[in-house]
Design a protein around this ligand. Structure first.
Ligand SMILES: [Zn+2]
Ligand SMILES: [Zn+2]
Ligand SMILES: [Zn+2]
Length: 96
């Protein structure tokens, strides 16, 4: 497949992984990164899983717990905490 949809970059519509998800109805399970809290590690920024409310740290953090959560559970979509200014799909590797 050589068709790379450059125009998709400007498409602000959510991918299918956000179907049926209402981000206003998902609440964080923990106030901070769940794993960092247990392990006592520091995090840089937080991400919340939009399927189960798991809170994990970003890829700039040591633990990479948000990404690890995706690898462990297959939950593909998350949102930035605390301002919820953007969402991310791990499958499409794209911001929304
Ligand atoms: Zn997606
Ligand atoms: Zn963490
Ligand atoms: Zn999850």
């Amino acid at each position: 497949m050589s068709r790379i949809g450059r125009r998709d970059k400007d498409n602000k519509e959510n991918c299918e992984h956000f179907a049926g998800i209402d981000e206003t109805e998902v609440s964080p399970r923990t106030p901070e990164c769940e794993e960092c809290e247990k392990e006592g590690t520091d995090w840089v920024a937080l991400r919340m899983c939009l399927l189960c409310g798991h809170v994990g740290c970003c890829d700039s953090s040591e633990g990479l717990h948000a990404t690890r959560h995706f690898k462990q559970t297959g939950h593909p979509v998350m949102i930035a905490l605390p301002n919820k200014s953007w969402k991310w799909c791990y499958v499409h590797r794209q911001y929304y």
